[in-house]
Design a protein around this ligand. Structure first.
Ligand SMILES: Cc1ncc(COP(=O)(O)O)c(C=O)c1O
Length: 258
């Protein structure tokens, strides 16, 4: 906590913010169901304003947001250019059905395609991460005619049926009946090495050997896809050793896996 201010960046006085926050909290506890939580055990912090790298809580305290909200506000809260772009688009066109072309979507697709490698030139826009994972897996299964998907332990892929079954943390267990076609493997993480490695190079080499062994034992002709967070986030920030991701790519190419 840094300090208590008298006026919030959105112009609210601390007293007004407190009153608003009390009402917000009461309604939240009465009606809002929060994800991944035992509902009776939680006491959500109310956020009444944000700016740059700070958020203000319901008591008017200015807090440094070390987690960038959900590790996603990388350019800071309420960036004026983002706020202006949202307002401009809302004034112009609030919604468009998937079958129509639209300037904002066309331009976003172009910007993404410019940055994706090689022949990755088409963008399929979804509503969020889990949705994207579900579609990617279905596409991989249709394309390969295979069913299994390999995913690593200590990963998070989303809260929908396939995505939660791909997830490699305990949030999967209540929904895992062993019939989702998912097989999990261990990724490299020298700090808690599963492979008794002492160097990054050894960890990478052994993690790749473990993955290749799993592919062979499961049967390459049954495996549609491997899904991998390049750097896992919510399951722990585990940066892969040099060469690991390229090694996984090479295994996919060798065994016809997407
Ligand atoms: C790597 C990864 N995949 C998928 C998801 C799921 O995204 P969403 O919550 O938008 O469905 C997340 C969310 O944290 C994620 O970190």
């Amino acid at each position: 906590m840094l300090e208590t201010t008298s006026l919030l960046p959105n112009g609210l006085s601390v007293e007004a913010a407190r009153a608003e926050a009390a009402r917000t909290y009461e309604l939240d506890r009465a009606h809002v169901f929060h994800s991944w939580s035992a509902q009776a055990e939680i006491s959500p912090m109310t956020i009444v304003a944000s700016e740059g790298c700070h958020v203000w809580d319901g008591d008017g305290n200015r807090l440094l947001d070390f987690s960038s909200m959900l590790v996603n506000t990388n350019i800071g809260h309420q960036h004026p250019k983002v706020v202006a772009a949202i307002a401009e688009q809302a004034a112009k066109l609030c919604t468009v059905a998937p079958q129509h072309a639209n300037d904002a979507r066309s331009e976003a697709a172009r910007l993404i395609a410019e940055r994706t490698p090689g022949e990755l030139n088409k963008v399929f826009f979804t509503n969020g991460g889990a949705d994207a994972v579900e579609h990617a897996v279905r596409m991989a299964r249709l394309h390969t005619g295979r069913y299994k998907v390999l995913a690593r332990y200590r990963s998070y892929h989303g809260g929908t049926e396939t995505a939660i079954n791909l997830t490699g943390d305990p949030r999967r267990w209540p929904n895992d009946h062993g019939n989702a076609g998912v097989v999990h493997f261990s990724g490299p993480f020298l700090y808690r090495s599963q492979f008794h490695a002492t160097t990054e190079a050894e960890e990478s080499e052994r993690a790749l050997a473990h993955l290749e062994n799993l592919i062979r034992m499961e049967g390459p002709s049954t495996i549609a896809a491997i899904i991998l967070e390049s750097i896992p986030g919510t399951a722990g920030i585990m940066v892969p050793p040099a060469g690991y991701l390229a090694g996984v790519r090479a295994l996919c190419d060798e065994y016809g896996i997407v």
